[in-house]
Design a protein around this ligand. Sequence first.
Ligand SMILES: [Zn+2]
Length: 287
Amino acid sequence: MLLTQLQKFYIVDAMNVLLVFIVGACVGSFLNVCICRIPAGKSVIFPRSRCGCGEPIPFWLNIPILSWLFLRGKARCCGRSISPRYLVVELLTACLFTALFLTYPFIPNFVIGCVFCSILTVVSFIDIDTMEISDALSIGGMVVGVVLSTIFPSWYSAQISSDTVLDHLDALVYSIVGVASGSGLMFWIAILGEMAFKKEAVGFGDIKLMGMIGSFIRWNGCLFAIFGGCLICGIIALPILIFLKVFKGKDFKMSGEIPFAPFIVVGSVAYVLYGQDLIAFVCGTGY
Ligand SMILES: [Zn+2]
């Protein structure tokens, strides 16, 4: 059967999407390594991955997503269970990359989106594990954000052709203002939180993280991320707290230790993927 022009077009599109999904899964596999090693201060490149028992993992058992499914979450060498989180991070990264690819057809913008979402993924999972945000990710990410925004003004202007010196300077200034406004906003949330709860509600790590987010998505993105993050935190955390309060009664004590970063991260990713659409939807105008 002869393929029509349209069918060929869809096949090429589908192949591209599949390729991006596979690349995303491979990057997710690397992010897993970062999540394990960065808090311990180890190199993320050397040595090669080993099983908990010390056996090196051969490459055919290190294929993103597929290996975990094939092994059903049990190491072949010693039968220890492999955390399903490896699978979750690989799938999540693959899906994020695919969604970014469909949102940003201009390749440099797609790559910047991938870098931003990768840093955020690592930050969230480390924050869930350790309640800490590494400076390598927040301050290092901030530098990456400022540099990439300056080199590719198209990332924010939505005009692919923006390439004059003025465009680059404009992007640099906006990115630095993003750092200042993001961390500033979080700083005031920390002060107000401390006044309200009489203890530290937001840490310095969150302030630096918000600076990193600002370097990528500027002040308006920060507002969206914080507002969205609080909203999601409320929607998810409140029913759980009420459930625990009702079922555990007097035994239930509010420890107050909820990692806040993952919620801001979800808000930031939502902004990068659907921010303009969501704002237009809420405001009822073409923003
Ligand atoms: Zn083993």
